[in-house]
Design a binder for this molecule. Structure first.
Ligand SMILES: C[S@@+](CC[C@H](N)C(=O)[O-])C[C@H]1O[C@@H](n2cnc3c(N)ncnc32)[C@H](O)[C@@H]1O
Length: 260
């Protein structure tokens, strides 16, 4: 097991603070956008699912009723506490939760038929290494699925700058071509790619679950208000004003690879 890096300490620190607010935010979005997007992954009744960086478990629990057995895996214990609470509320039995770093998954080669990761690749220090781990624990013919925010290639730097101000544990949001490139040379065929939008949602609600270190929430809200006024989408996600409220919409993509 590699030593915990400074980056992972920041991940755990931020996500411990975010856990209950993020669970509420994603829980309230679940019925509208996230679950249909997740079910489009095409889970099968005999699938053995591993959902890495599962957070409060919204994807794990959305897929669990459609698979034989599900495992949610995350580095932040407070996120797994939220996941256990959501599991018990939903009364879903076929799920277990494991804590650890996805850079070194504690599972044997080929243990799962469906390995997913949603809304987390932008946090990883070594995304190619984590994708290699996802591929290693997936059986031949199984599917490896990565879903994340995907700004246009010419906006990823602006997106990263804005997101690091909001969440200091943000790393790098990949464009679709970057995600496709990550999958090359990993025993994967060409991915099928689905695109979707997350939002519009209140930026104040997003900020309410954020713990910026060098900026106030009001400063970040003002930056996005300016962006919305200019209608420039200069940060790689859409910002608009509705009755004075800043609404944001994030471009999402889901890559579905089949392991050779
Ligand atoms: C934004 S949340 C996404 C949660 C969930 N997958 C979803 O779609 O809502 C990011 C999660 O990634 C987890 N994470 C970040 N780096 C990780 C790593 N190296 N290993 C395991 N989990 C990690 C964090 O603890 C956090 O729960």
């Amino acid at each position: 097991m590699p030593e915990t890096s400074l980056h992972n300490e920041k991940i755990v620190d931020q996500h411990t603070q975010q856990a209950s607010g993020y669970a509420k935010l994603t829980g309230s979005m679940a019925g509208q956008q996230r679950v249909p997007r997740h079910l489009a992954i095409g889970a099968r009744p005999d699938d053995e699912l591993l959902d890495i960086a599962c957070g409060p478990g919204s994807l794990t629990l959305a897929l669990a009723p459609h698979v034989a057995r599900a495992t949610g895996f995350d580095i932040t214990p407070a996120m797994l506490d939220q996941a256990r609470a959501a599991q018990s509320k939903a009364d879903i039995q076929n799920v277990e939760w494991v804590q650890g770093d996805a850079a070194a998954l504690p599972f044997a080669d080929g243990s799962f038929t469906l390995v997913t990761c949603s809304a987390a690749f932008h946090h990883f220090e070594n995304p190619a290494g984590i994708l290699a781990e996802m591929v290693r624990v997936c059986s031949p013919g199984g599917r490896v699925v990565v879903s994340d925010v995907t700004p246009d290639a010419d906006k990823t730097s602006a997106y990263d700058r804005m997101e690091k101000m909001r969440d200091p544990s943000h790393g790098h949001a990949h464009s679709v071509p970057e995600l496709v490139a990550l999958g090359r040379g990993q025993y994967l065929g060409d991915p099928s790619i689905q695109t979707s939008l997350a939002g519009p949602m209140s930026y104040e609600a997003v900020l309410a679950t954020s713990f910026p270190e060098q900026f106030t929430r009001d400063q970040l809200l003002e930056l996005m208000r300016d962006d919305a006024r200019c209608r420039a989408d200069s940060n790689g996600f859409k910002a608009e004003l509705a009755d004075g409220e800043v609404l944001v919409t994030y471009p999402m993509s889901t890559m579905i690879w089949t392991k050779r």
